[in-house]
Design a binder for this molecule. Sequence first.
Ligand code: AVJ
Length: 334
Amino acid sequence: MMVGDISLHLTIGAAVPSPGPSAKPERADGDFAEAVLTGFARRPRSIPCRFFYDAIGSELFEEITRLEEYYPTRAETALLEVHRAEIAREVGGGRVLVEFGSGSSRKTSLLIGALGQVPAYIPIDIAAESLKEAAEWLSGQHDGLAIVPLIADFTKTRTLPAVAQRRQRLGFFSGSTIGNLTHVEAQAFLANAARLLGKGSAFLVGVDLKKPASILIPAYNDTRGVTAAFNLNLLARINRELDGDFDLSRFAHDAIYNAMQGRMEMYLVSLARQSVRVLGREFVFAEGERIHTENSHKYTVPEFQALARASGWHAVKAWTDPDRLFSLHLLQLD
Ligand code: AVJ
């Protein structure tokens, strides 16, 4: 599998047969129209957060990760750097690395560097373009690294490529992307990951910690307005792809901490009563009406460990930074 041609790897990954219609690889925007129409028919209105990540949204997210107020990326990267030797010792060598979602390649590179030799790296992501870019960058960083990308929805992946079957696996799910799932969805995801990675596997999961709203809110509502642009890009994307006529100046970004649910919530708020056309249909937004665009759940260490155990994992170890901003959990399957 040590082929230098990334597009060949992409073809291999995409061609892996997976059972059931829900497991078939979909294009990143394949169900955007359906999701928007469904989300706009509901009250409160909503758009699933996976649609943030078109080319522009992915760029904006990269910019978010460099913001002063957005601590998660820095905190998680520091945890990987500080504890790399211990992580490598706990995980052990020779495992095939399976990454869920498009984590930053930088963090993946750090992990691969810490582990030493990784027999194969299988990134699973629905966004083919960013998968390809990350794979290209990583193969430049780690000479001879066998990369087998899988273009798929990581919450629905049921089978791994053949290269993963010969060795034990290490899963990697970084950036607190698990926080975008509800507790019920997160438990189902962890249980599916257990089935996918199999007996004897290890799983490294980055999870954002519960903390005061005074730190959380600026992280999701920065002074430069990058997160606002990231959120509003959903409406711009509807204009670009679904023949929409949203006036972006008539919607505002909002981020609140829902203490009851232990999560950040992002909304787009209609600043006036207005009528918008999408795919030839008319939608009326009341003044002050909100479109829910993201949940970002926060966990204490024991809360996440309980969730992991309920999904069949053994919680081996958790690392946190001195400021208690972020946690890195090592899970194992007996
Ligand atoms: C990294 C996808 C989990 O919830 O913090 C950043 C995305 N949303 N700012 C997060 C995000 C607003 C994010 N994830």
